[in-house]
Design a protein around this ligand. Structure first.
Ligand SMILES: Cc1ncc(COP(=O)(O)O)c(C=O)c1O
Length: 428
């Protein structure tokens, strides 16, 4: 039998250290919200492969769709010999992405690639160079992805120079002491001090910051961005790579703000674990790039398209949008009980948009005193007890909940009990 320890030793010798893993635990198989490691130990999965398996690991319907496609062909390259699932999926997303405008879509392979292409399209459409993103935001690990990302360590340090003409504004977060007014003022400051709005092609924002700490952009801020973009002829790019596909209790998080994006980037839970991403946007904007300007050898792979079509059916058939709200309610219910536990002074703010729930870990009940050490320790301690957890946040002190939306209530409760027990032990 393989052991985690032996594999970890081989991994250290064979794999570049720049790709870090949360746990020295090697997966053998996974099903719905559970993962078994190579030693047969079972884990409840609250990480979902970082927001990728809203429909659970190996959902039978998704696997059947991929198998059926595999029997036909696995690759032709859409730019050489196109295939129907690509077109069908584009039609589905064009109909699902919110807003009255006609939409068009292209497919890529990763989230970062979707972001790169969204920027290319926005520049082609406007003929302008500059892009504004937000402090604490995360948009991927390619050069433009890193430039847009608003967190230096570990994502940008040592990797520059980055593409020019990228500017960061403040993201509104009462927890971090930034109001909507202050965030809007920071944009006005950018326009006065750094970049003429007439040179700005796009503003890109996550409706809920993912890596940044599950900070939720208030609807009025997103509405103000919509107006700002309209006033200045800028493209509003909404990055729904982590928030999309039912996670927040809507198909897309932007629905909470009731606005239409010019361009939306999609990936992760779109295909239940198969690598595919999308850029969906207003047809007039999406047509700005010339034939041959967009694409990629593997972009919109037939297996990814088949998986994504099945994922959309599962979200609908299993009522996962409504289930996200239930799951969020169960998790926050448990966290509130923990907050009321007098022994636990470490429970800070609890934030939730549907099942996108965050817990701030703090010292001495003081929100200003972030406790990233406790977050790190909790992730390791929970794994020992059979639960996979993820931390995040600009201060490193946030536990984020990304369990599959197909998880049973019993398993969810078991996971929450593990967290409660671990926090008691770690803070005793
Ligand atoms: C909001 C957001 N954008 C972009 C990305 C990059 O996606 P990928 O890792 O697939 O390149 C991520 C990944 O975490 C993300 O959360």
């Amino acid at each position: 039998m393989q052991t985690n320890q032996a594999l970890q030793a081989r991994r250290i010798d064979a794999v570049a250290g720049g790709v870090a893993s949360v746990l020295p635990v090697f997966a053998e198989r996974a099903r719905n919200a559970e993962i078994w490691d190579v030693e047969g130990k079972r884990y409840i999965d609250f990480a979902g492969g970082i927001a990728v398996v809203n429909t659970g690991h190996n959902h039978p319907r998704v696997i059947a769709a991929v198998r059926a496609q595999l029997d036909k062909f696995s690759h032709t390259c859409f730019q050489v010999t196109p295939y129907a699932p690509y077109v069908e999926l584009a039609e589905k997303l064009n109909a699902l992405v919110p807003g009255p405008s006609a939409k068009k879509t292209i497919f890529l392979s990763t989230g970062a690639e979707a972001v790169e292409n969204a920027v290319k399209i926005a520049r082609a459409h406007t003929g302008r160079p500059a892009i504004i993103s937000f402090c604490g935001g995360f948009h991927g690990r390619t050069m433009m992805g890193m430039a847009l990302t608003g967190k230096v360590a570990p994502y940008k340090a040592g990797f520059g120079p980055f593409p020019a003409d990228v500017f960061h504004a403040a993201f509104p977060s009462p927890t971090l002491g930034v109001s909507v007014e202050q965030a809007l003022a920071s944009l006005e400051r950018l326009f006065r001090a750094d970049v003429d709005p007439a040179r700005v092609a796009a503003i890109i924002i996550e409706p809920v910051q993912g890596e940044g700490g599950f900070y939720i952009a208030p609807p009025e801020f997103l509405q103000a961005l919509r107006k700002l973009c309209d006033d200045h002829g800028m493209v509003l790019i909404i990055d729904e790579i982590q928030t999309g596909f039912a996670r927040t209790g809507r198909m897309f998080a932007i629905e909470h703000a009731g606005i239409e994006a010019d361009i939306m980037t999609l990936a992760k839970s779109m295909a239940g674990g198969f690598p595919i991403s999308a850029v969906t946007g207003k047809a007039a904007i999406m047509e700005a790039a010339r034939p041959g300007g967009l694409g990629g050898t593997y972009g919109g792979s037939p297996l990814g398209c088949a998986a994504a079509l099945a994922v959309l059916e599962v979200i609908e058939a299993e009522g996962l949008i409504a289930r996200a709200d239930e799951i969020g309610g169960i998790i926050t219910g448990y966290l509130k009980i923990m907050a009321g536990d007098n022994a636990l002074e470490c429970i800070g703010e609890i934030r939730a948009l549907g099942a996108m729930v965050a817990l701030e870990l703090i010292k001495n009940r003081d929100p200003a005193e972030a406790d990233p050490e406790l977050a790190r320790a909790l992730v390791q301690e929970a794994a020992k007890a059979g639960l996979i957890l993820l931390s995040c946040g600009v201060r490193g002190n946030v536990i984020r909940f990304l369990a599959p939306l197909t998880i049973s209530t019993a398993l969810l409760e078991e996971g929450m009990e593990i967290i409660h027990g671990c926090l008691k032990r770690l803070t005793a």
